[in-house]
Design a protein. Structure first.
Length: 558
């Protein structure tokens, strides 16, 4: 229950207590009586009228009880020297309003003139001095409750069944035992007293846990926004960031091959791979700006290292830079892919070259184990004399491979074994230093004491046997296929033949492997060629998981 603050309580404690208890009990409080003032003594020249004017009861009657008027009640509650409270001010306003309403009701019912209070009326059968003061509002309510609405007199005639004095007589009839007190505050008034401008609500204070939770929510929102928007933001930044590019015409000399069927995108990619231009975007974006589009012709072109994109484009479109009877065979290229390149550089028809490659390998001087020219077409840049036929062109490449083997110190009897292992290392290794570690892994697996099964388990050999000479990834079914003679998951020892055409580095690695206990390796980043070497199954499984995660992010390697 709401309690009034001490400074707001009624100074009349007895009146306030009665009001509160009456309200709680559902009853209207009975106004307290005020003792009558003693009549002034009739001195010399005095009279009962003088006594009434001095504050006594008119006609010299001493009242037995009375109801104070609104003005009297307000005056009684206002102590000298103390300002009125809001409750007292409101009570005074309510009293004034009630007095005005009573006057209006009295005038309408014919009780008197508005603004003139009722005079004391003697009750019927009472002694002449037994008079009491009747409150206007109480009288009006009593009359209305006992008689109902009263018709107004017509033309000054008395009401039916009565006399002009009937209103006064009705007022002296039975009165309500508990008259309504106009000074009793309503519930709204009590709440207004209990809550004023001086009673300000307490501000809620946020605890440390609330602040911490708020910070965590904000941090989570920021992290989520960064995670989901980093792709679009990176793309937007890249769109307005110029592509990396070199300056000038470059240094040194390098032969660049354009193959039949190459597009602007593939040319840009090959230029970046050979470090002729700084980036794919630098050259390809420049191509898109050209109008009309430039035309490229297959063949070999004289270029330089680290050229600007504009300088590289000018060199490729200048006929003077096209080299006649020139072509480039990259390291690790398979024979099936090398023949079209030779045709483009020499002008010899591809069909003639394919027919010459199908001839007996021994007619080119290859070991007896060889069934084709695979592994013996040395990768290098060639400029041949015009007029050579297909067999002569291929013989030139075979002779260059024999030269490399001789320079490496390989005896003719060991050429076959050396080329087979070197071709495998060439396809499996990425970085230069890894060539020698890869060679060591295969040679450790060829040792029955370290690897009893003798299975090399090379994906590159399986892929070659399926005709895929560009990827080294395989499926479970392909690795389980015993019909593939190059499947080193099924067939122990070295593969049945070379799977690529190795260069000088791979030959040297086959002859001089690094020292180490490794039995496993996995090239987990096919873009950079980074490889993880392991000596135990547990280490290898962790490396394979890393490779698989990378492959999931690069589906183009499929």
């Amino acid at each position: 229950m709401t309690q009034l603050p001490p400074e707001r309580r009624d100074p009349d404690s007895e009146r306030a207590a009665s009001d509160w208890h009456a309200l709680l009990n559902g009853e209207a409080p009975k106004p307290p009586t005020r003792p009558a003032r003693p009549a002034a003594p009739a001195g010399p020249g005095g009279s009962p009228a003088d006594a009434a004017q001095a504050g006594g009861v008119p006609n010299g009657a001493a009242p037995t009880g009375g109801v104070p008027t609104a003005a009297a009640g307000a005056a009684a509650s206002n102590e000298p020297g103390r300002p009125l409270t809001r409750r007292e001010l409101r009570e005074r306003e309510q009293a004034a309003a009630a007095s005005g309403s009573a006057d209006a009701v009295s005038a309408a019912d014919g009780f008197g003139t508005p603004g003139v209070p009722l005079t004391p009326i003697a009750a019927e059968g009472a002694a002449p001095d037994e008079r009491r003061v009747v409150d206007p509002i109480t009288a009006s309510l009593a009359v209305r409750a006992s008689t109902g609405p009263q018709p107004a007199p017509q033309n000054g005639q008395p009401l039916p069944g009565g006399s002009p004095s009937a209103p006064a007589e009705r007022m002296t009839g039975p009165q309500p035992t508990q008259p309504t007190d106009p000074f009793v505050a309503s519930r709204v008034d009590r709440r207004a007293d209990a809550f004023d401008e001086y009673h300000e609500p307490k501000k809620k204070r946020r605890g440390p846990w609330g602040c911490l939770i708020g910070l965590l929510i904000v941090g989570a929102l920021i992290a989520g926004a960064v995670f989901f928007l980093q792709g679009p933001i990176a793309a937007l930044v890249a769109q307005f960031t110029p592509a990396e590019d070199y300056d000038g015409a470059g240094t040194g000399e390098v032969v660049f091959m354009i193959h039949d069927g190459d597009t602007g995108s593939s040319i840009a990619e090959n230029l970046a791979d050979q470090d002729i231009v700084a980036s794919y975007d630098a050259f390809y974006d420049l191509l898109l700006e050209q109008s009309p589009e430039p035309e490229f012709h297959p063949g070999a072109y004289q270029m330089a290292n680290q050229m600007s994109a504009q300088a590289a484009l000018d060199a490729l479109t200048d006929p003077a830079n096209k080299l006649e009877n020139t072509f480039v065979i990259p390291e690790g290229t398979a024979t099936v892919d090398a023949l079209p390149t030779i045709a483009e550089g020499t002008g010899v028809p591809l069909e003639e070259l394919q027919a010459a490659a199908a001839e007996s390998p021994q007619s080119y001087g290859l070991p007896a184990e060889a069934t084709n020219l695979e592994g013996f077409l040395f990768p290098a840049t060639y400029t041949l004399d015009p007029g050579l036929d297909a067999h002569a062109v291929l013989q030139t490449l075979v002779d260059r491979q024999f030269q490399a083997l001789d320079e490496a110190g390989v005896a003719p009897a060991d050429r076959w074994k050396t080329i087979v292992l070197a071709a495998l290392v060439q396809r499996e290794a990425g970085l230069r230093d890894d060539f020698y570690k890869v060679s060591r892994v295969f040679q450790n697996r060829l040792d029955p004491n370290q690897w009893p099964s003798g299975l090399l388990q090379s994906d590159a050999t399986v892929a070659y046997g399926t005709g895929n000479t560009h990827l080294v990834t395989t499926t479970d079914e392909e690795r389980a296929d015993a019909g593939n003679p190059y499947n080193t998951y099924v067939h122990p020892g070295l593969p049945v033949g070379p799977i690529s055409n190795p260069g000088d580095l791979a030959i040297d690695a086959a002859l001089h492997p690094a020292d180490g206990p490794w039995l496993f390796f996995v090239t987990w980043n096919l873009d950079t060629g980074e490889t993880i070497f392991s000596a135990t199954v547990e280490e290898h499984e962790a490396a394979v998981a890393k490779w698989l995660a990378w492959m999931d992010e690069h589906p183009e390697y499929g």
